[in-house]
Design a protein around this ligand. Sequence first.
Ligand SMILES: [Zn+2]
Ligand SMILES: [Zn+2]
Length: 167
Amino acid sequence: MTTKHYIQVHDLELKNNWDSLSLDDRIVKIEECTVYLKDFYGLKNWKVELKNTKKSLGHCEYNTKTISISRHMKNYSYDENRDVILHEIAHALCTHDDGHGDVWKTCAKDIGCTGNKCANIDIVKLSNYKITCPCLVNNFYRIRLTKKMKQSKCGKCKGLLKIEKIN
Ligand SMILES: [Zn+2]
Ligand SMILES: [Zn+2]
């Protein structure tokens, strides 16, 4: 991959308009962008799929040659979307064995991705629950609740954890 030189494509008009787009329009654009970028980087034989999952914002499936992006990315900025899309495209340009190693990282940076193992995104936007305790030693966000969380007490103030549904 390192012998190829990629050009960084940026849709500045879309970037500038991102905040004014409706969430539905953003989903359409996310799909369009992913298709455009993967074709641009020579992955014409790869498919793009949008999924409803919160588990991973993007995924690269080598067996079926599919790049999937979560519809929840609609809540994120243009730059965050771009980073997730390019992250998965970089996986598709490398092999499964490359993982998030140096080969992948170099490739990711070559195509304009930050090359971070996990896209640098705000988890709060994805979370369904906010969990706190009376002394606020516990203060975190989760997509799903576990049985343990529902019954847990704070180690410091001994108060029950308070669970708020936020999404
Ligand atoms: Zn990855
Ligand atoms: Zn506490």
